[in-house]
Design a protein around this ligand. Structure first.
Ligand code: DAH
Length: 335
C-alpha cells in the first residue's frame, strides 16, 4: 500500500524546486506522462480489494489534480520571471548621459583659409582658383621674373618635365607661388575686378620650423581705373585688423618683386611681439599687364601674396610649420 500523503508532499516539494521550463517539462513527464507516477499509482490499484480501491482511487485522482495545478502555476511563475528579467535587462536609463561620438573637424589651415575668404568677400573680393601644375611661362616669365632668376633654379622649383627642355610655355612645374593666377585671370576677365586666390604652392627646399616643401598662399588682385597704394593700405590694414583682432599694428616697407612696381613688404605686430612679415605686395608691374595681352595702359591695380601658414602661425602662436602637415591629432584637436 502506498503512503499517498507522503507521496503528495514529495511531489509538492519537487515541483516547488523547479526553476526552468526544461525542468518543468521533465517533471510533467515524470508525474503525468503515460509511464509517469500517477498512472503507475492508478495501475497499482488493480490488486486491491474493491472497498479500498474506491478510496485510494479518489485520493490518487486528487493528487493528479493537485500535481496538474502545481505544474501549471509553476509554468506561469517561470514565464513571468523570465519576462521580468528581460524587462529589467532591457531597461533604458533615460537619465544617463549620452555617449559622445568623436567627430572630425576642419583642419586649422582650412579654417584659417575660410576666415580669410570670408573677410575678403565682405570687401567685395571673389575667390578663384588656378592649377597647381603650372607652366614656366605663367609662373615666371609672364610675371616679369628674369630668365636668370635664381628662383627658377633646381634649388627652389620642382620641375616636372625639365629634361625635355621645351619652351617656357610647355615646361611644367609645381607652382612656386599663387601669383601666376593673376595673369591667367587678367587674360580671361575684363577689369574692374577684385579677386583672391587661396591655394597650395611648392618649393624644392629643405624643411625646417619655418619651411615646408608644400604650403599655402593667398594671392590678391584688385584692378580698376585709378587704384592706388592708398587703396591697398586701406584694404590690407582692414583685413589684418579683422583677422588678428583690433590690437594689431601694421607696417609697410619697400620690397622688390619683379611683378610689382613699386613693391612692398607688409609687417604686423601683436602686443609686445616683434614685427613679422605677413606678405609681399605691390602695384602690378606694366609688364604683367603686357604679358596678359593688355595693350593700352588703361588699368592699374595692386596685388599681394600672403602665406596662409604664416598667418595661422602668428595668430595661434604655432612655432613650427611642420606641425600642420604632421597629422598629429594632439596638435590638430586644439583648433
Ligand atoms: N609671390 C610672392 C612670393 O611667393 C608673393 C607676392 C609678392 C605676391 C608681391 C604678390 C606681390 O602678388 O605683389 O613670395
Amino acid at each position: 500500500m502506498e503512503d499517498l500523503n507522503k507521496r503528495k508532499k514529495e511531489i509538492e516539494k519537487d515541483i516547488q524546486g523547479i526553476a526552468s521550463l526544461a525542468m518543468l517539462k521533465s517533471a510533467f513527464k515524470k508525474y503525468l506522462g503515460k509511464q509517469g507516477l500517477i498512472n503507475r499509482l492508478f495501475r497499482s490499484l488493480t490488486d486491491l480489494p474493491i472497498t479500498q480501491k474506491k478510496e485510494q482511487g479518489r485520493q490518487i485522482n486528487l493528487i493528479k489534480i493537485a500535481t496538474e495545478q502545481a505544474l501549471e502555476k509553476k509554468e506561469i511563475e517561470i514565464k513571468d520571471k523570465a519576462r521580468e528579467d528581460t524587462i529589467k535587462k532591457e531597461k533604458i536609463d533615460i537619465t544617463r548621459p549620452a555617449e559622445k561620438k568623436e567627430q572630425g573637424h576642419l583642419h586649422i589651415l582650412t579654417q584659417v583659409q575660410e576666415e580669410i575668404i570670408t573677410i575678403f568677400q565682405s570687401m567685395g573680393f571673389s575667390t578663384v582658383a588656378g592649377p597647381d601644375i603650372e607652366t614656366e611661362w605663367y609662373n615666371f616669365d609672364a610675371l616679369n621674373v628674369p630668365a636668370s632668376h635664381p628662383a627658377r633654379d633646381i634649388q627652389d622649383t620642382l620641375w616636372l618635365e625639365k629634361e625635355k627642355e621645351q619652351d617656357n610655355r610647355s615646361n611644367l612645374l609645381l607652382r612656386t607661388q599663387t601669383s601666376p593666377v593673376q595673369v591667367r585671370y587678367l587674360e580671361k576677365n575684363n577689369p574692374p575686378f577684385r579677386i583672391i586666390v587661396p591655394g597650395r604652392v611648392y618649393r624644392n627646399e629643405a624643411t625646417d620650423a619655418s619651411h615646408e616643401v608644400q604650403f599655402y598662399q593667398c594671392e590678391g588682385l584688385m584692378i580698376d581705373k585709378d587704384i592706388s597704394v592708398a587703396n591697398f593700405k586701406a584694404i590690407i590694414s582692414s583685413f589684418l585688423k579683422r583677422f588678428f583682432g583690433t590690437e594689431i599694428k601694421t607696417r609697410f616697407r619697400p620690397g622688390y618683386f619683379p611683378f610689382t612696381e613699386p613693391g612692398f613688404e607688409v609687417d604686423a605686430k601683436r602686443g609686445n611681439n616683434e614685427w613679422m612679415e605677413m606678405m609681399g605686395a605691390g602695384m602690378v608691374h606694366p609688364n604683367v599687364f603686357k604679358a596678359a595681352g593688355y595693350v593700352q595702359r588703361d588699368w592699374q591695380g595692386f596685388a599681394f601674396g600672403m602665406g596662409i601658414d604664416r598667418l595661422a602661425m602668428v595668430k595661434y602662436k604655432i612655432d613650427d610649420i611642420r606641425l600642420f602637415y604632421s597629422g598629429d591629432l594632439r596638435f590638430l584637436k586644439q583648433f
